[in-house]
Each structure stands twice: as C-alpha cells, then as structure tokens.
Design a protein around this ligand. Structure first.
Ligand SMILES: Cc1cc2nc3c(=O)[nH]c(=O)nc-3n(C[C@H](O)[C@H](O)[C@H](O)COP(=O)(O)OP(=O)(O)OC[C@H]3O[C@@H](n4cnc5c(N)ncnc54)[C@H](O)[C@@H]3O)c2cc1C
Length: 381
C-alpha cells in the first residue's frame, strides 16, 4: 500500500516520520511553522531503543558519527563530589549524547529534498473519512493521512482532543552548552534537584539542572547568576560549566507533560511525538519515543491492507508503551527532586552493588531500552 501524508512539524518526531514514510515508498510533505528548519535547545541523550529506531530509519551510522557515548547513568554523585556509583571510562556504555541540532540535522539531511516546507503554520485540520486536509495561511492541502508532530502545544491535538492542555509538573530546569575540556557524563543528586552532564562533542558539554518550583513562568533578570547561587558549593566541574556558558545561552524552562490521551488517532489524523505523549525529561525518552512512533507508524502502513487498519495498529501498539514511560518519567522526576525522599534515595543507590547497577544500564538492561523496531523495507536511498 502506498500513499501520501502531510506531516505537521519539523522537529525530531516530524522528520523521523517523513523519513520512515520515505522508506516504505510513501510520499510526504513536512509543514514547519518556523522560517528556518532548526532545533532549539541544548543537548539530549538517546538510549538503545532510540538508537535502534535511528538505525531502522537508515541514519544509525550518521547519528553515531555526531553523537558521543556518555556515562551519565553510570556516574552518580552527591553535591560534595562523592561517587554513589562510578563508571570506569573503558566501561561500555549504551547511551549516546547529542547536541540537539546535530541529531536534527542528521534526520533533515536524510529526508528527500523538496519535502520540507518552512514558514507554514498549520491552523486547521479537517477530514471526510478517506482524506484529511490542513490549512496554512490561505492554502489548503489534503492527503491520505495527516501526522501531527507539532509538539507539546500541538494545534492539531486541540482540534482532535480539545480538552488536553499540558500540565505543569512543579519542576523547572536550566540548560546550557559549555565549551570545556572533555567530560565523561554524570548525574549529581542534591536535596531537591539534580545536575546532569553529557559530553556532546569534543570539548563541549551539555548540562541541565532540574529542581522543584511552586509555579510556572517564574523568571529572573539574571538567570545565570541565580543558578550560580543555587549551586554554590556543588563539586567541580559544575561551577565551571555554568561559568563557561554565555549568560544569554542559559535556557530556563518549566517541566510539563500531557495526561494520557484516549487515543492517538482520530479518522485520518495521527498524533506523534510530544503532540501525543509529551513527557517529563527524567528518563531521557521523549524524542526517543517519537523515533519509535515514526518507525511503528510506517511499519503499520506498510504491513496492513488498509490505512484505517494501519492507524488502529499504530494506536494500539504505541499508546500503552508511551503512556507507561510517561507515567514512569513523571514519578522519577518527583522522586529525584524530592527533599523528603533524598536521604533514602542516596542511601539506596550507594548500597546497590556496582555489578547490579551496571546491569540495569546495559543495552538490554531495562524494559524501555529492550525495544526492537519492526523492519521497514529500504527504498531508494
Ligand atoms: C529539559 C528537557 C530535556 C530533554 N531531554 C531529552 C533526552 O535526553 N532524550 C530524549 O529523547 N528526549 C528528551 N527530551 C524530550 C524531547 O525534547 C522531546 O520529546 C522532543 O523534542 C519532541 O519532538 P517532537 O518532534 O515531537 O516535538 P518538537 O520538538 O516540539 O517539534 C515540534 C515542531 O513543530 C513545529 N510546529 C508547532 N506548531 C506548528 C504548527 N501549527 N504548524 C507547523 N509547525 C508547527 C515547531 O516549530 C517544531 O519545529 C527533553 C525535553 C526537555 C524539556
């Protein structure tokens, strides 16, 4: 079965969807509202499940070439610098860290030329049973399927499920990229917040500090100074990383997610990525799940005898998994930023035998990471 799709949104999820469709012989256009295609933000990591999805999309090698292995899950510390768990640098690690823009570019470069159209903000979606159409500006465009990959504030989701606004989770985060000497990656657990470091290129590191917040949108004029004060006394290289980040490049965001949707498909409209299941970042799975979505959606379209059956299969396969991961991420975030649970958490991690800890972060060490993609038949490269 072949067909045509409109993908709304040119983030990691939308580009992965276009690429997956290309691999099964469908045609697609990606409508992106930004004037230029680019990924905003700092860094991210991808776990083995996501790396397998990238390989199935045909860009596994290209992604590995711009990513850096990170030992963040193996190096757990306390603010005074003590190691609760420690990875050896020659330990194999299953996690790969990226500058967001690098991973985004790998996907964009693999999408057939002419498919991506920027400066197109979709404001409306309609459908009549066998076709779906979108409107941007004065233009209307229709296709067999519309894939909504337009992020956590998805305009398409508001049309499909009007009562599903994102929810503030009582946590906030500062992020940045700093030019520093090579670092191995680590997570420092403090009372009420944690600091994450991933290497993202030679001499460059991504950092993030996640902590609790009473209300969303609380900002100050000097975010970098505020953060420096909050992390005063934390071990090296944390102060140096913040110091090395230009003040105007410190990003401050609130952590939000979506309550579980009753479905990811309505008629010929399918939600994908954050539009369907935006999640707390604490498991590093949001973008990874959008890559999985893309592969499963395309495999369903290639494998089923009708588009409607394929979309049903996509919803049935993806909803339970992504919603369980989102639930877990929400709980992890609450636990790792809880002052009350801090002592017990640190004691428990410190007492876990190192081989047991390492087994949990091996490539097949947990149920989320064990996922394997369905095969897509490669078409023209
Ligand atoms: C602090 C933080 C850390 C994270 N760390 C990780 C991590 O380590 N690993 C991981 O896998 N995930 C991580 N995530 C999650 C990850 O960032 C998201 O899950 C992922 O970027 C979602 O991709 P997406 O393509 O679905 O949505 P988005 O990246 O939001 O892309 C949506 C795109 O749609 C466009 N758009 C929006 N509306 C319209 C419209 N109406 N018309 C046309 N275009 C539109 C936007 O401009 C944008 O380009 C993290 C998230 C946060 C907040």
């Amino acid at each position: 079965m072949s067909g045509q799709a409109i993908v709304v949104g040119g983030g990691i999820g939308g580009l992965a969807a276009a690429l997956a469709l290309h691999r099964i012989g469908w045609r697609a256009v990606v409508l992106e509202r930004a004037p230029e295609l680019r990924e905003i933000g700092a860094g991210m990591s991808q776990a083995p499940n996501a790396m397998r999805a990238l390989a199935e999309l045909g860009v596994g090698e290209q992604a590995r070439a711009v990513g850096v292995p990170t030992h963040a899950s193996g190096n757990l510390r306390t603010p005074d610098g003590r190691y609760l768990q420690r990875a050896r640098l020659d330990d194999p690690t299953a996690m790969v860290a990226f500058h967001r823009a690098d991973l985004h570019r790998v996907l964009a470069d693999a999408v057939p030329s002419g498919w991506i159209r920027t400066d197109r903000e979709v404001t409306e979606v309609r459908q009549d049973g066998t076709r779906a159409s979108v409107r941007y500006g004065e233009t209307e465009m229709s296709a067999d399927v519309v894939i909504a990959a337009d992020g956590i504030n998805s305009a398409i989701r508001r049309h499909v499920w009007p009562q599903t606004p994102p929810r503030f989770l009582g946590r906030t985060a500062w992020l940045g990229i700093a030019e520093v000497a090579d670092l191995p990656g680590s997570i420092t657990l403090g009372p009420g917040g944690y600091f994450l470091i991933h290497p993202v290129a030679r001499g460059r590191a991504y950092w993030a500090y996640v902590t609790v917040a009473d209300a969303p949108g609380v900002r100050c004029d000097r975010e970098k100074d505020d953060l420096t004060r909050r992390l005063h006394g934390w071990h090296d290289p944390i102060p140096a990383l913040i110091e090395a980040t230009p003040a105007d490049a410190v990003i401050h965001i609130d952590i939000r997610d979506l309550d579980p949707l009753p479905g990811y498909v309505r008629g010929r409209v399918a939600l994908l990525g954050d539009a369907a299941h935006a999640m707390s970042p604490d498991r590093g799975q949001g973008a990874g799940q959008s890559l999985e979505d893309a592969v499963v959606l395309a495999a369903s379209l290639a494998g089923e005898s009708s588009i409607d059956a394929a979309l049903r299969r996509y919803d049935t396969e993806r909803r339970p998994r992504t919603q369980a991961i989102a639930r877990g991420a929400r709980a992890d975030g609450r636990r790792t930023t809880s002052r009350a649970a801090y002592r017990a958490m640190v004691t428990m991690i410190g007492l876990t035998p190192a081989p047991l800890w390492r087994a949990g972060i091996a490539a097949d060490g947990n149920a989320t990471w064990r996922w394997r993609p369905p095969a897509l038949s490669p078409r023209a490269g």
